[in-house]
Design a protein around this ligand. Structure first.
Ligand code: 13P
Ligand code: ZN
Length: 199
């Protein structure tokens, strides 16, 4: 799946990272690796408290991933990208930090849920973990200001699908900027959550 993300331009160069929590360990893409060319023997294995067990050194965003697993027991995977439109939106100043990807279409509600904008911190800063923990597990996805999206899911495919949905919605929101538009109503969102479950 990471190769497909790379081939379709959702990540470039060595940007982005992916992890999966399996029993008591986290499997994670190594730091400075390209999502298009991962080598299974180099995948990093760390304990849930971040101790490196085997493989190459884990992504510098380990604090971010670890904090999501700590606060969202339902999360089995975390995907962080620098995908263009979500990253563009993360640089816009007049978005609602508590709901920065508003409910434009049913699928963004069903797959992603409400998205929080987190203040800018340097890539790899341990503080990103504190910011995620402060959310108390209430958000499945965040936008890192001036950086990009981080999305969780019950497994890798759910997290990847959600990251793709977030990216496409960010694209639509930017396309529609300045145009009068209709969002889904609170009732529409409640109905979607009751039929398809909350994220
Ligand atoms: O996207 C990145 C940092 O935010 C990439 O970092 P890593 O190469 O350490 O995973
Ligand atoms: Zn990044």
């Amino acid at each position: 799946m990471s190769q497909s993300l790379y081939e379709r331009g959702f990540s470039v160069g060595s940007a982005g990272n992916i992890s999966a929590a399996v029993d008591d360990v986290i499997l994670m893409t190594p730091t400075n690796s390209c999502l298009g060319f991962l080598d299974p023997v180099k995948i990093s294995k760390v304990t849930r408290d971040g101790r490196h067990l085997s493989g190459d050194q884990p992504s510098k965003e380990i604090f971010l991933h670890k904090a999501f697993y700590e606060t969202r027991p339902q999360a089995g995977a975390v995907v962080h990208l620098h995908s263009t439109y979500a990253t563009a939106l993360s640089c816009v100043t007049d978005i609602d930090p508590d709901d920065c990807i508003p409910p434009l279409t049913p699928y963004v509600v069903m797959r992603v849920g409400q998205v929080k904008l987190l203040e800018y911190v340097r890539p790899g800063d341990e503080k990103a973990g504190d910011l995620i923990r402060a959310l108390g597990g209430h958000y499945a996805a965040v936008l890192l200001a001036n950086h990009g999206p981080v999305v969780t899911g019950k497994d890798i495919s759910s997290a990847v699908y959600a990251a793709e949905e977030l990216e496409e919605t960010a694209k639509l929101l930017l396309m529609l900027r300045g145009l009068p538009k209709r969002m889904l109503s609170d009732e529409n969102v409640v109905e979607l959550k009751s039929v398809f479950g909350a994220y």
